[in-house]
Design a binder for this molecule. Structure first.
Ligand SMILES: Nc1ncnc2c1ncn2[C@@H]1O[C@H](COP(=O)(O)OP(=O)(O)O)[C@@H](O)[C@H]1O
Ligand SMILES: O=C(OP(=O)(O)O)[C@H](O)COP(=O)(O)O
Length: 485
């Protein structure tokens, strides 16, 4: 699996110099949807603390895909697998994929995971004689912006599909209609970046209607964008039936909704990342479902402080101390075994070359900040994980972008890989945990790695995703819900 990992120095420089157009990393981040506005929002939220700025662009990566199993949970939707040759032969199928991949300065794809993840659905449609009209966004363009064209994706798409993919220069309109009309069975037409039309993000019905008019049926396989109610993810379903889930979307729901809501027990959740505030919804939702909750990352210092411990200059959200206390109480009330790290690796500055030492969580000296969990915590976490059958992981245990403080995160990745090989269901819920798993080179052994950062977070928070809600319901037979039985 391709890695998006960059050197810590490059990462820090890229995060801090958000205005530097010369940075390839920043461009990669921009191409993948990480705009400066988002960086600024995080920085502002954290009082311009560089520790909060570092993680922004690393949310722009994704992961592996495979044919999904049957949907089992509350959001079960009709699947493309429910459609056969009789439904698809000669039909024009509008496929919304999330091909929002990072590109370098020369418009080369630096991580093709999302393209590869979209292939099974497209191949299935082609093998059933359909004509595929493929639509996606790339980045967050404001109007037509050449550097956000989908043209650089054509060679890789063609290579993976084993056919020459055609490319339209527009999304709707007479030229596109002509190309669609001339499309033979078993061919793919890639439309231009759907966000070149402002109507897309505004979910304007007239635009959705024009998009829908290109096709006979609709497949949404864009999990990474399923939390957006846009014309190509939501609005189009009002004008095109059937509207069904692609294999990737289905697999994401099977794991992030199905396996998490109906887990093989014991079920452990590992939640890390920088701030407790951005994970409140996830923690609260997982406390309803899991047996064990392991916390790591920058958020632990807010919990420590809430318990009266000294945290030195570690990241703390002063306004979330009460919340941390209430989450601890809620875990107790629910009978969830909540484990906070017992030791931490501290640094004398927020830098890759900082001096560091390992101390008990209760012994952080003034002027030092915790940047990773310590070896005792890793051992305790590993022992807890050994007892489980299902594990969901969201958020790194430390500042893994700096090698010196990546040990705890990498240990978790390795443990999950080991357990996955033994049959434990391991789910990596998007965001930076995906980067960590890729960095350690164990992505391929995990049961599921989400292709959506924001979308997986919303799903884990228990929210309904508009792009999913809009799809046709699956057929229900008895107590089992899913595709053909
Ligand atoms: N102890 C810590 N202090 C400061 N930042 C941390 C700490 N531990 C982890 N982080 C940062 O948290 C960021 C990831 O946070 P977040 O975006 O919430 O996770 P995710 O992307 O997995 O959802 C990473 O950039 C990492 O460097
Ligand atoms: O990269 C994406 O989201 P992610 O960074 O949360 O994984 C999706 O393509 C959605 O992009 P958007 O956040 O610009 O709507």
């Amino acid at each position: 699996m391709a890695s998006t990992a960059a050197s810590p120095a490059a990462l820090v420089a890229a995060r801090r110099a958000a205005s530097s157009a010369a940075s390839p990393l920043r461009r990669a981040g921009l191409a993948a949807g990480c705009q400066p506005a988002r960086s600024l929002a995080f920085a502002a939220g954290g009082g311009a603390d560089p520790r909060l700025a570092i993680h922004v662009a690393s949310r722009c990566r994704a992961a592996s895909s495979a044919r999904g199993t049957r949907a089992v949970a509350t959001m079960a939707k009709k699947s493309v697998g429910d459609l056969g040759p009789a439904d698809l032969e000669g039909k024009r199928v509008l496929v919304r994929a999330d091909l929002n991949v990072p590109l370098d300065d020369s418009q080369n794809i630096t991580d093709d995971t999302r393209i590869r993840a979209a292939i099974p659905t497209i191949k299935y449609l082609l093998s059933n004689g359909a004509k595929v009209i493929l639509t996606s966004h790339l980045g967050r363009p404001k109007g037509v912006t050449p550097k956000f064209s989908l043209a650089p994706l054509v060679p890789r798409l063609s290579e993976l599909l084993g056919i020459q993919v055609q490319k339209a220069d527009d999304v709707i309109g007479p030229e596109v209609e002509k190309l669609v009309a001339a499309l033979p069975n078993g061919a793919v037409l890639l439309l231009e970046n759907v966000r070149f039309y402002k109507e897309e993000e505004k979910n304007e019905p007239e635009f959705a209607k024009k998009l829908a008019a290109l096709a006979d049926l609709y497949v949404n396989d864009a999990f990474g964008t399923a939390h957006r109610a846009h014309a190509s993810t939501e609005g189009v379903t009002n004008f095109l039936k059937p509207s069904v889930a692609g294999f990737l979307l289905q697999k994401e729901l099977d794991y992030l909704d199905g396996a998490v809501s109906n887990p093989k027990r014991p079920f452990a959740a590992i939640v890390g990342g920088s701030k407790v505030s951005s994970k409140i919804g996830v923690i609260e939702s997982l406390l309803e479902k899991c047996d064990i909750l392991l916390l790591g990352g920058g958020m632990i210092f807010t919990f420590y402080k809430a318990q009266g411990l000294s945290v030195g200059s570690s990241l703390v959200e002063e306004d979330k101390l009460e919340l941390a206390t209430s989450l601890l109480a809620k875990a107790k009330e629910k009978g969830v075994s909540l484990l906070l790290p017992s030791d931490v690796v501290i640094a004398d500055k927020f830098a890759p070359d900082a001096n560091s030492q390992t101390v008990a969580a209760s012994a952080i000296p003034d002027g030092w900040m915790g940047l990773d969990i310590g070896p005792d915590s890793v051992a305790t976490f590993n022992a807890a994980l050994e007892t489980t059958q299902t594990i969901i992981w969201n958020g790194p245990m430390g500042v893994f972008e700096f090698d010196k403080f990546a040990v705890g995160t990498e240990a978790v990745a390795k443990k999950l890989a080991e357990l996955s090989k033994k049959g434990v269901t391991t789910i990596i819920g998007g965001g930076d945990s995906v980067a960590a798993v890729e960095k350690v080179g164990v992505a391929d052994v995990m049961s599921h790695i989400s292709t959506g950062g924001g979308a997986s977070l919303e799903l884990l928070e228990g929210k309904q995703l508009p792009g999913v809600v809009a799809l046709d319901e699956a057929v229900t037979v008895g107590s089992v819900t899913g595709s053909k039985l």
